[in-house]
Design a protein around this ligand. Structure first.
Ligand code: SF4
Length: 213
């Protein structure tokens, strides 16, 4: 099992209603709720972000396909919206995508592009089986720290913060093996691979020690 993102998306919120800061690997942005929901509308709300993800994935996939085909379709736009409906006891979410090619396309091209839109990666995720899991952690001040080094980089492990979700063990088992002693084998991968994996520990149990000058 390997995560798709090198670094997790991190969302945080303070007391200000309902400003969330989203950190991705190359920057930050703000989300909010509309005023009727008690926010200030200072950024996209979560439903908008969900549709944005699908919209971006759809037209990026189409752009790649169009370019591969060498078709002259310079501009594509997409409008998205969604609603909920009940089928018996079951709540169904319906997402509609309206594609606009902003230049003439043949019927054949349009049909093909609609087919391609339906199989963009985010469409497949939304239409496939999804498991959404949740784990909970608390920030604490922890002094108990184990260190492991390969001479080039040093990994710190704070057992009290480790929730044993085994993400490190499943993603880099040649380094992190809870059945071994010591459980961290710093010779099992390159310093970069180890440091990337440490960055994915969701609880902060793993961290890189600052290099001494
Ligand atoms: S990923 Fe972090 S929390 Fe999970 S087992 Fe490894 S060290 Fe512990």
């Amino acid at each position: 099992m390997e995560y798709i993102l090198q670094q997790p998306v991190v969302a945080s919120i303070g007391a200000e209603k309902y400003k969330c800061t989203i950190e991705w690997h190359h920057g930050k942005f703000i989300t909010d709720e509309p005023e009727f929901a008690g926010g200030k509308d200072a950024g996209p709300d979560p439903y908008t972000l969900l549709l944005s993800s699908l919209g971006a994935c759809t037209i990026t996939t189409l752009r790649m396909y169009i370019d591969r085909k060498g078709w002259d379709i310079p501009q594509i736009a997409i409008a998205l919206n969604m609603y909920f409906k009940l089928e018996g006891e079951k709540k169904i979410t319906v997402i509609d995508r309206d594609l606009n090619f902003l230049s003439p396309v043949t019927d054949e091209q349009r049909d093909r592009l609609v087919q391609i839109a339906k199989v963009c990666p985010v469409s497949k995720i939304l239409e496939g089986e999804i498991q959404v899991r949740a784990f909970a952690y608390t920030e604490t001040t922890v002094e108990d720290k184990h260190t492991y080094t390969n001479g080039e980089v040093t990994v710190q492990w704070r057992p009290e913060l480790c929730k044993h979700a085994a993400r490190c063990a499943t993603q880099l088992p040649q380094v992190f093996n809870p059945a071994a002693k010591p459980w961290v084998n710093m010779e099992g991968a390159t310093s970069k691979e180890i440091s990337d994996q440490v960055g994915r520990c969701p609880t902060g149990a793993l961290s890189m020690a600052e290099k001494k000058q």
